[in-house]
Design a protein around this ligand. Sequence first.
Ligand code: HEM
Length: 492
Amino acid sequence: MSIFSRFKYLPGQILRKSRFSGSLKVVRLPILETIRVTARSFRNPLKILDYVFQDDQDLKYFDLPGFTPILFIRDPEMIRQITLETANGGDFDRDTLPTQRIGRVVGKNNLLYAQGELWQRHKSGIVRVLGTKAVQTYDVFHNLENTIKTALEPQLEELAEKVRTSMLNEHPMHLENDIKAVMLNLLVNVLFGANITQAEIRDKYLPAIENVIHYIMLDTVANPCRLPVFRLPALTRKHARLKRDRQIFEELVEKVIASRDESAGFWPMLIASGSDDAIKSNVRVFLAGALEATASYISWTLLNLGRDPDSQEKAYQEALACTDMTPEARGKAVYLQKVMLESLRLNNALYFLPRIALRDTSITTNQGTIHIPSGTHLVLATYHTSRSEKYWGKAATGFPATQFAPDRWNEANMKAFGRSTKDNLHFGFGHGPRVCIGKHFSEAEAFVCLTLFLKCFQFRSVDTYLEADSGVSTRPLNKVHLILTMRSFGVA
Ligand code: HEM
């Protein structure tokens, strides 16, 4: 916000005049209470959004005098329109404010962070390898499946051995670490074709990336003066460890980039002609961001199936039928696809989409119109939209919004409730021009992982109630375990 705008809007802000005109009701958030909740819950931002939407209103705003207002939106039709109007000359773009702390670690010259023309250049370089056309072609998916299978087998075999040798043939699996080790393995060795051992991934690189991500989450609050933490000499043991872990992360980035010279993984398909800085920055985003999101996605799906034996049995029967995982086989695994859709709806990995209004603009839905002034920060609260009874509950879909119910997605069911494709967007991968570039890779990856896991193990969740924690992505608060028993004695 420029100095001029700060003074121009200050009197109105002090007099609590809303800057959002139009026929839609936009409710002001109380300043002191909102600051108190934010300070208390900064480690788990989902709690801040719970507070914002506690009274079931879809449009809220926070207007601190001297600052640009923040508009919180939970209406799915409005979210759809805004995501479609994002980038490519539209009225909105991704807001880089919430990702500034990520930018300070991974760099700003990447697909996630860039805006305007620079974003378009990043996108055109990467879309060829990760876009729908690439991942869904027979050759790519077929190879992807085989490569994922080969990369996964040693990890599944290790897990199976633990189950076989455990007392009562039951093994408690620590989801967060085990799944993250699998996901990092797939990103590093399958996507980028690097040749890094399981042990190094699990014991060296994963803990280092975890520590760096943990720092990213704390940075805004713990480092308001923007001290160059990584360049300062180590002041404490914790600081020394953070600096070392950052170096280990960089070492992994270098190794991944080195695999480009060997034309490994997907590198040959990538138009990797950007500057070294841009390539490094994108690799960092792919490793850190995608690791968090894919681990969240698979963990929640396994936990949901672990709490619902009937759904697990149906998914298992379908997995058994998948002997050759081609795009056609994936197309036939109709129930598993509903499981994945439902899991992402219920447990959105990325719980909000940040946007900024590039100019004065309006949005109109069948409920009315809202005028949004230029510069407004928007929080598209997708996690809360998907869990809202109004949009996804019994009256709208036949099942309570917070229940895991893959049958909600039955075509006949959705038809009976008069829902169109538009109504069924869950925004788990975003929507519109800035939709997730890793969507198709992640869907293929999730399908293969789940199919192999289901064939190998029967599993149940330890906890009956799952509360979400949130950092870069959502994850189970209690770091819940699954109890595994063997289905068969061979892996997959
Ligand atoms: C299940 C796993 C994943 C989920 C749930 C997920 C979710 C998302 C979402 C919701 C967005 C849109 C954010 C917005 O609109 O502001 C996004 C963007 C993005 N994702 Fe993912 N993601 C996943 C996996 C991946 C993977 C595997 C990669 C890379 C290999 C990746 C790279 C990106 C990038 C670079 C963007 C920015 C795209 C752009 O702005 O054009 N994601 N992701």
